[in-house]
Design a protein around this ligand. Sequence first.
Ligand code: URA
Length: 270
Amino acid sequence: MRLDKFLAEASVATRTLMRTYIKAGYVTVNGEVVLIPEFEIDEHNDIIKYQDLQITHTVKQYYMFHKPGGCITARQDANCKTVLDYFDTVNTNALFPVGRLDKDTEGLLFLTNDGTFGHHLTQPGKNVMKKYYFWALGSLNEDAEKRLKEGFRIEKEGSITRPATINVISVGRYQEFKNEIEEVVSINQKRLGQQPVISGYLTISEGHKHQVKRMLRAVGCGVIYLKRISIGEIALDLSLEKGQFRTLTELEVCTLMGRVPIANTENDKN
Ligand code: URA
């Protein structure tokens, strides 16, 4: 592997900066200063140091996972299946879920070993939009939609929610949507026949515990099914069945991080 690529992948600095640092003599390979960014190293056996700090080879992992209901968003749990249990074919030593979905929530979840990536997507200030599809018992009047769109106080002591986007898809009685609803959720439908139901998309930029359920509950709708379908610009891959995952492409990672893919920079000759 090329020396500059190795150091950039280890997050020492960007590839461009790394080339400058190598040429400036900050990097040694097996004790010898190497001034050539393209220098080929054996990343598993050579000892690479940047300003006397040994750099180990870490392969960054980024996955898109279609979380099924019934598993918890944690690395491990004594009693319950976790999202990590679905990753039996990859090295999960440093893998962690980015943000969390409730046990009964399905849909898009990223897992990574890259702390910067995780931090970027969950930091409140970054305002990353998350879109959810829901079914709920209840209905939304104009005032409720306005409150969701403009932001409102869910709990007496709580802060005001950030403006959300609400797109209602179906409104009616449980009976009318019975088949659609029961495809995604198994609930005791006795006496639900004439209950008002609503489905739609709610897009929010916050990530507080049970945020969607709490927001909808506060305007009179009890969520019975919730699925996250996108985070930022990246939507859940429709070819992923529940419980399946795939590697995120470099373009997807860069899109989520708001940066240009390394492959598109003039420094990527490899
Ligand atoms: N909001 C919720 O209420 N639950 C989730 O799992 C995610 C967002």
